[in-house]
Design a protein around this ligand. Structure first.
Ligand code: 3HC
Length: 687
């Protein structure tokens, strides 16, 4: 049973017990309802409800959201708790989120453990609180705090919850403290539903809406939550509860909630494959190269308690690397992620040197040096010579052939790719690239490191760009085709921002530097299909020194190193290149721009799936969301494609293929899914 009831004198102890985090499913709702009747039948003078294990309750069981609501409904259960003549006390031992927090809010009193958290994160699953959270929270902690809690979904720690008036006390042992509460005092506490709703505060509503426009563009649920709270001020409790419930149910069956649930469960499913051995122990990591990426990787490792030996080529390199890591430590101090003593501990665990011998105690080495095969091979030869035979060797390459890197080492089975994303200590994605000879131990090490660093690991095969950069390259290529055909960079960027990206491809290009793409294109010159369309606009930009932000001029201008401004000269440059290429440019409607970019990415992603470079469509979703800014509320590229409709996608691709069969050859995976009426998410390789 997921609810256990024990009587001790006049106290009833109710334990929520549905491992691992006490998600509230039908059985728990039923159990709670029966617990109300049980306590009343025994005429108890209190019920103390707490959670078994590490959580109080993680909220409604989101796995039930795909089906119709099942009785008893949570609002009715909580209504029964709140109106029972036996007062309930929530002893919040761990996280109380969503429906879990709503159980607590419906209790007469709340006592919280110091390490517990309380929050209403429903918007992160595309819904709003559906069991009184909007109404009870604003009655308990006031409008402003409740709006922040619900519209942005960020949980509160115990101290903040106490200060906000959401809980009555913070105690080391909340169950014991609940048992000690004086009965008279307990009966004097007014049930939440009887408290008056706060006064209307127009400024608070305007502020939250303004904030939402900046922080959660495109998302529906936060706005609906704010609407429900605003309307609730003018309704009685029961009417407001009915409005909240109807809104919750409407959102639960909507596209955004489906997409966000898909992301939630895909993220949690991203773990080491079951048949891999346990991850080897890691205490020390060697990182080669102290540039932006290497320093970020070193800092990420230091932050989770690892020792790091950061290897550079010479004294100048050591000085640069020291500066780069120190900059991250100072930023950590400024943001409150570190204090003086933790910063000192971090520094003490770091050695920066040009002596590879100093890294001999490392169980893993991550090379993050310049992106050139010769450089990588030289480094791997040095690592091979200096480190023990069982040290795992990883390269952080974004594009290069890992098999070629591995071939030069004594034991290619211990070589893999660990593709971090900049800034490496912040971005959650880690592509774990499996070469032809990568062994299980090396893979287990990659997944083990991802777990330590709290990254989302995605297994990828070897190809130019692996999963993410290969899709991104196609996106960039199509964007340049659009420029040649009639679009301008700021239009393309605006269209993709309206779709949900924080930045369009040209602003991203300016940020990373146009020289990066240029170097890649030169590397690909030898293997590029001569029949494939090629647009030289970006090459010309580089030749003219327009490298992006670093030169204050790229696709945009950045006067004085500040914000971007449109540069009309770019339009002339594009028109000139189109003239040289004999292309007649014509205005391209926004929906065509959006469609071509999305179709290009979807088709490439389907090929990546078909070639086994990605193991599932969900993995591609994780890569596009966590590494490339695809809007999470659209569920990642492949989930989005399924929602759009594979049949329609293939029809549109066929029209483009008729115009350019090289660029737009329809992916066999898409064709197969369309013919079989199958979703990409359900596609599996045969055999
Ligand atoms: N429903 C279903 N399963 C859930 C769940 C939920 N609400 N919350 C967590 N789980 C599952 C996870 O999928 C995972 O399953 P797995 O072991 O099979 O992969 C397992 O519980 C453990 O979860 P985590 O790996 O995330 O464990 P952590 O300790 O890292 O985090 C947590 C625990 C902070 C509770 C985190 O899981 C979390 O944030 N959960 C979601 C909280 C949430 O959004 N609640 C609102 C739900 S909607 C709602 O309540 C509507 C209501 O208003 C009516």
């Amino acid at each position: 049973m997921s609810v256990r009831c024990i009587q001790d004198g006049l106290t009833g102890f109710v334990t929520l017990d549905n491992p691992p985090v006490n998600a509230i499913g039908r059985e728990m709702r039923q159990g709670l309802l029966e617990a109300v009747a049980w306590a009343e039948g025994l005429n108890l003078d209190r019920v103390i409800v707490t959670g078994a294990g590490r959580a109080f309750a993680a909220g409604a069981d989101a796995k039930e959201f795909d089906g119709p609501p099942l009785e008893p409904y949570l609002p009715d259960v909580l209504d029964a708790i709140e109106r029972s003549f036996v007062p309930w006390i929530a002893a919040i031992n761990g996280v109380a989120l969503g429906g879990g927090a709503e159980i607590a809010l419906a209790c007469r009193m709340r006592i919280m453990g110091p390490g517990a958290q309380i929050g209403l994160p429903e918007v992160t699953l595309g819904v709003i609180p559906g069991a009184g959270g909007t109404q009870r929270a604003m009655r308990l902690c006031g409008l402003e705090t409740a709006l922040e809690l619900i519209a942005f979904g960020k949980p509160m720690g115990a101290k903040a919850a106490l200060a906000a008036g959401l809980v009555h006390a913070v105690e080391d042992d909340p169950v014991e403290a609940a048992d000690m509460v004086n009965t008279e005092e307990l009966l004097c506490v007014v049930p939440t539903w009887e408290l008056p709703a706060p006064e209307m505060d127009v400024a608070a509503f305007s502020a939250v809406r303004e904030n939402l426009a900046k922080r959660s563009p495109g998302q529906i649920a936060p706005h609906r939550a704010v609407e429900v709270m605003e309307a609730g001020l003018g309704l009685d409790f029961a009417e407001a509860m009915a409005l909240e419930r109807a809104t919750f149910l409407d959102l639960k069956s909507g596209d955004q909630s489906r997409a966000l649930r898909h992301m939630f469960f895909s993220e949690r499913a991203a773990k080491a494959p079951a048949d891999l051995p346990a991850a080897p122990q890691i205490t020390q990591v060697a990182v080669v190269g102290g540039g932006t990426m290497g320093a970020g990787i070193a800092y990420a490792c230091l932050s989770v308690g690892l020792s790091v030996v950061l290897l550079e080529t010479d004294a100048d390199g050591v000085a640069r690397a020291t500066e780069n890591v120190e900059r991250l430590i100072v930023a950590g101090l400024k943001r409150g992620r570190l204090d003086d003593s933790s910063a000192e501990v971090l520094r003490a665990r770091l050695v920066i040197t040009d002596d590879y011998g100093a890294a001999s105690g490392s169980s893993l080495a991550i090379e993050a040096a310049f992106e050139a095969m010769e450089v990588k091979k030289e480094i791997f030869a040095k690592l091979d010579a200096a480190l023990p035979a069982d040290t795992i060797l990883a390269t952080n390459t974004s594009y290069l052939d890992i098999d070629e890197v591995a071939a030069g080492t004594k034991d290619p089975s211990r070589v893999l790719g660990l593709h971090f994303f900049a800034p490496a200590h912040i971005m959650r994605l880690l592509e774990i690239v499996q070469g032809a000879q990568t062994g299980d131990r090396a893979l287990a090490m990659g997944f083990g490191l991802a777990k330590l660093l709290k990254k989302v690991p995605v297994l990828a095969g070897v190809c130019d760009g692996f999963i993410g950069n290969r899709i991104f390259s196609r996106y960039r290529e199509e964007a340049d085709f659009l420029l040649m055909d009639g679009a301008v960079p700021w239009e393309v960027d605006e269209v993709m921002e309206a779709f949900g990206y924080a930045m369009g491809p040209y602003e991203v290009g300016d940020l990373s530097g146009l020289d990066i793409g240029f170097a890649n294109r030169r590397r690909q010159d030898a293997t590029r299909d001569p029949k494939r369309r090629y647009v030289p606009i970006a090459d010309r930009m580089v030749n003219e020194g327009r490298l992006g932000r670093k030169t204050s001029v790229g696709w945009y201008r950045y006067p004085g190193g500040g914000g971007k401004v449109v540069d009309p000269l770019i339009e002339d440059l594009i028109a000139e290149e189109a003239h040289f290429a004999g292309v007649t440019r014509a205005e391209i409607p926004d929906d065509v721009v959006r469609e071509r970019l999305l179709l290009a990415m979807i088709n490439e992603a389907a090929n990546i799936l078909g070639e086994g470079i990605a193991h599932s469509a969900a993995d591609i979703d994780l890569v596009t969301v966590f590494g490339y800014g695809f809007p999470r509320w659209r569920g990642g590229l492949m989930h989005f494609a399924d929602a759009w409709g594979v049949v329609e996608i293939v029809e549109k691709l066929r029209l483009l293929e008729a115009q350019d069969p090289v660029v737009w050859a329809v992916s066999p995976v898409l064709a197969e899914c369309a013919a079989a009426g199958m979703a990409l998410t359900d596609w599996r390789a045969k055999g």
